[in-house]
Design a protein around this ligand. Structure first.
Ligand code: GLU
Length: 475
């Protein structure tokens, strides 16, 4: 059975790249009747952020990626939180020492040194591996602090296959003898991922391509234990542009940020599915259910995926238009609540906005004039195409006021018929009446909806009030 895992570190937000990895893991499992496992990688206690696991749970739930095993629901391979698996790592790390794949180290090489080495691409060759095991054990028994480091014994080239990148060759000489178990007994990622993936019977490991260069080290650990390595599926980074990675630390959007900006979770998920995968057809809109049907990991792409917010925005618009009017209205209400204090016909406003917004945040930007009429200039009444100017607007509005006031059934149709009739009677073009009314009601050149739609949204009193204000301006 296919078993994949999503193994996020609880950092407090869901990076778009992480969510995409989760999606590919989910799809690899679910397209083949497999199981999708959630494992929390919290061994780096310094990075731990309160409440971060809840964000992981709620994000996955919100996009419909339900897990089959995980910290909250358990499973046969738990615990699913790494900090609760400390004893397991300790046991296996010491076992690996006995097998010759690791050694005790008493060096003063600190984590900071390690990081510096890594940044400068310096390989750490541990002198402690020359200490005989008996002697090392005596020093430990005497209370000397130690870490367990990997021992790279092999020479030559490591070759392994990756589903996306094909055959990869890395010289064993390039691998450093990094820490597997820290002095506080916590494992590093480099050790925990192997132990957990093996014990949890993970068949496919999907992760960012930054892990490719370390994979031979993991393969050595599998080999020393006599374990079968998983199928590797390394995916390219999600990029902001050709040079820069998308990164929350640099202020790029996380899943939570995008939702707050009015993107629908379903649209985000659909968009990120295509960041590195394509169905081989022209189809671009996919529900999660559809993705399960058509996904195949062979179609994952190794070229860097550039996160194109314009494309996501377009896709989000498609999702908004596909919502039922009721669902759109429900999603719009929190935005209305923030934007308006006056009574408005919100149900009708929703029908006007749904075809016109691309994100839910557009609701606020497109309707700012409803709460308060902006202080506009009368020159706005000039419009060549509509054949209006201030004088025509004034005359039209003077005539429109009693006509609108007499409309009893306050509907778009009734208002439209009344104003059209007025234009006809006066020998004016429709636009010569409708355009001035629209400006009077909005104080803006572009509005979602036409004059009569705005009137329905504003209600009769406010409509008449705004026309009077326009007439006062034009007087
Ligand atoms: N905890 C790692 C991360 O957040 C997981 C990498 C992996 O999937 O193996 O990047």
């Amino acid at each position: 059975m296919i078993r994949t895992r999503f193994a996020p570190s609880p950092t407090g937000y869901m990076h778009i790249g992480n969510l995409r990895t989760a999606l590919y893991e989910y799809l690899i499992a679910k397209s083949q009747n497999g199981r999708f496992i959630l494992r929390i990688e919290d061994t780096d206690q310094k990075r731990y952020v309160e409440g971060a696991t809840d964000i992981i749970y709620s994000t996955l739930k919100r996009v419909g990626m339900n897990w089959d095993e995980g910290p909250d629901i358990g499973g046969d391979f738990g615990p699913y939180v790494q900090s609760q698996r400390k004893n397991i790592y300790t046991e296996y790390a010491h076992k690996l020492v006995e097998l010759g794949g690791a050694h005790y180290c008493f060096c003063s090489q600190t984590e900071a040194d390690e990081q510096k080495d890594e940044e400068q691409n310096i390989k750490f060759q541990d002198p402690c591996k020359l200490i005989p095991l008996d002697e090392a054990k005596k020093r430990i028994a005497a209370g000397e602090p130690y870490v367990i480091r990997q021992t790279i014994r092999k020479k030559g080239t490591s070759v392994f296959k990756d589903v996306v990148y094909g055959e990869i060759e890395i010289d064993y000489d390039e691998l450093d003898e990094g820490v597997l178990l820290k002095s506080d007994g916590m494992p590093t990622y480099n050790f925990a991922n192997v132990v957990d993936d093996h014990l949890m019977e993970i068949t496919h490991v999907v992760r960012g391509n930054e892990y490719i260069s370390s994979t031979p080290k993991y393969n050595l650990i599998y080999e020393d234990f006599g374990w079968e390595p998983p199928v590797y599926v390394h995916v390219p980074q999600v990029m902001k542009d050709a040079q820069h990675k998308l990164s929350k630390r640099n202020g790029d959007a996380s899943f939570q940020d995008l939702v707050a900006k009015g993107y629908l979770p379903e649209a985000i998920l659909n968009y990120i599915a295509l960041l590195g995968w394509n169905p081989g057809t022209e189809q671009e809109i996919f529900s999660l259910e559809e993705l399960k049907q058509v996904f195949s990991m062979e179609r994952l792409n190794k070229s860097p995926a550039i996160f194109d917010i314009a494309k996501l925005t377009w896709m989000n618009g498609c999702y908004i238009r596909a919502l039922s009017p009721q669902d759109f209205h429900k999603l719009a209400i929190p935005y209305y609540e923030k934007a308006f204090t006056h009574p408005l016909n919100l149900e009708f406003l929703s029908t006007v906005l749904q075809p016109r917004v691309e994100t839910l945040a557009d609701i606020v930007t497109q309707t700012d004039f409803l709460e308060k009429l902006p202080d506009y200039d009368v020159s706005l009444f000039q419009n060549k195409k509509m054949k209006t100017d201030e004088a025509i607007a004034k005359a039209s509005l003077e005539k429109a006021l009693p006509v609108i006031s007499a409309v009893e059934e306050w509907s778009n149709e009734a208002l439209f018929v009344a104003l059209k009739q007025l234009a006809e009677t006066e020998g004016l073009k429709n636009g010569q009446v409708l355009y001035p009314v629209r400006i009077a009601l909005s104080g803006k050149e572009t509005t979602p909806g036409g004059a009569t739609e705005l009137a329905v949204i504003l209600g009769k009193d406010e409509t008449l009030n705004r026309i009077k204000q326009a007439l006062a301006k034009l007087a």
